[in-house]
Design a protein around this ligand. Structure first.
Ligand code: GLY
Length: 427
């Protein structure tokens, strides 16, 4: 696989090692393929992404991490014929412990649907290999400038701290200790839900530079603020415990590793852009929406287009995996996401069904990596369009009533209209 290197900017000089326009873009597809190849070279079995709709886990509405399909392996209930695995997992973080729905549109790095690259050890290697390979992949393989990498470890994880400081040569002022579960601070302690496998984690972050710093009163710093400057790329979880319903942590039968690397975030860094939404794949979806709206992707309009691009991916992928919009549970979450996208369509003055067209663009852009999108194209387009038509009818009726209420208030110089009166208008 001919992998091109991304731009590598020095923090000291602020300059790229090569002028940006000479740097070949690293596409999401290339990164995805190279990650899996790297871990295959290190003895991992590459496994397919599991479905977004968990089949046998009542604790989850949607798959929220690459480790979900290995939950029973971590707890020792199930064994596989491999001890090392790697995957690129379809994830949704829209409910329960991991919910980023409200972040979408507010920052440059959160999504409802995203792709998570991950590698796992089931009672095989542990912290040393995991952190070494992670560092090597980012620095040697992907070509990131090590001076822009920052690291965090759980408060008393001296082993991980020493691996970064002594074995990998990271200056200690770029390694931060975070979290304290006894005090309810779950930074650098990861669990997929309120119950199940969990453990302390070490994270690899990319400093996006001064230009992206925030004005947090305690200073913009890793572990202090939560701004886009400190981009968490990769989480290495050291699976040690199984948390029960009462919150008690019991040691797992073996020590394992579970990592998660955000594909969209790494692509943004390698493509030299300051937002996931400016990466190759998202730019196509945003261009599609800009064409539908007949507007330039700028300012507030761009924010709406970003939300729509994100939500179109979530809708297309969940429908492809068999979920259906409805009024409860999983279906209700999809309905909410879809309607949130439509509200942003309204802000762009698009008052007809459009999301199904952006979903078609998702099928075009991601169908090679995820053939289920092409197989389920008709289902995606039909269900999405029906939902849009239904919602727009309801919204249209509501807006009509609202207009009539305003007229009534104006004509009669009133400041209130009762619910009963509004219902009569509806008749
Ligand atoms: N399972 C590791 C993560 O999601 O960050």
């Amino acid at each position: 696989l001919p992998l091109s290197r991304g731009p590598v900017a020095s923090l000291e000089t602020g300059r790229l090692s090569r002028p940006r326009n000479e740097v070949p873009i690293v596409t999401l597809s290339e990164i995805r393929a190279r990650f899996l190849e790297f871990f295959q070279e290190h003895g991992h079995t590459v496994v397919a992404s599991s479905t977004l709709v968990p089949q046998d886990d009542p604790t989850l509405l949607f798959t929220n991490a690459g480790m979900n399909q290995f939950k029973a392996v971590f707890t020792g209930v199930e064994t596989r014929d491999y001890k090392r695995a790697a995957s690129c997992q379809k994830c949704m973080r829209v409910s329960g412990k991991h919910n980023d729905l409200e972040e979408v549109g507010k920052d440059a790095r959160h999504h409802t649907f995203f792709e998570m690259l991950g590698n796992w050890s089931f009672g095989d290697y542990y912290k040393q290999e995991s952190l070494r390979w992670g560092y090597d992949f980012l620095v040697e393989d992907m070509g990131l400038d090590p001076s822009r990498l920052w690291f965090s470890v759980y408060k008393d994880d001296d082993e991980a701290f020493d691996i970064f400081a002594k074995d990998l040569g990271v200056p200690t002022d770029r390694i931060v200790r975070l979290g304290d579960i006894e005090k309810g601070d779950e930074e650098n302690f990861w669990s997929m839900g309120d119950v199940g496998p969990c453990g302390p984690c070490a994270e690899m972050h990319f400093d996006q530079g001064e230009a992206m710093a925030c004005d947090h009163p305690d200073g913009c710093a890793l572990g202090v603020c939560d701004c886009d400057r400190w981009l968490e790329l990769w989480n290495h979880v050291f699976m040690q415990y199984d948390r029960d319903q009462e919150g008690v942590l019991r040691p797992l039968p073996m020590k394992s590793v579970d990592t998660g690397l955000g594909l969209e975030r790494l692509a943004a860094v390698l493509q030299g852009v300051d937002s996931n939404y400016k990466t190759d794949l998202f730019e196509r979806l945003i261009a599609c929406m800009a064409g539908i709206a007949g507007r330039k992707p700028e300012g507030e309009a761009r924010i709406s287009m970003q939300v729509i691009a994100d939500h179109a991916r979530a809708v297309a992928f969940t429908l492809a995996d068999g979920a259906t919009p409805s009024n409860d549970g999983r279906g209700y979450v999809i309905r909410r996401i879809l309607r949130r996208a439509l509200r942003h369509g309204y802000l762009l003055e698009v008052e007809e069904p459009f999301l199904y067209k952006v979903c078609e663009e998702v099928v075009e852009t991601m169908g090679d990596a995820y053939p289920e999108l092409r197989e389920q194209r008709d289902r995606i387009v039909t269900i999405c369009r029906q939902e849009e038509e239904r919602f727009l009818r309801t919204l249209g009726a509501g807006i009509k009533i609202y207009g009539e209420i305003r007229e009534l208030m104006k004509a009669e110089q009133r400041t209130e209209v009762s619910g009963a009166e509004a219902f009569k208008l509806h008749d």
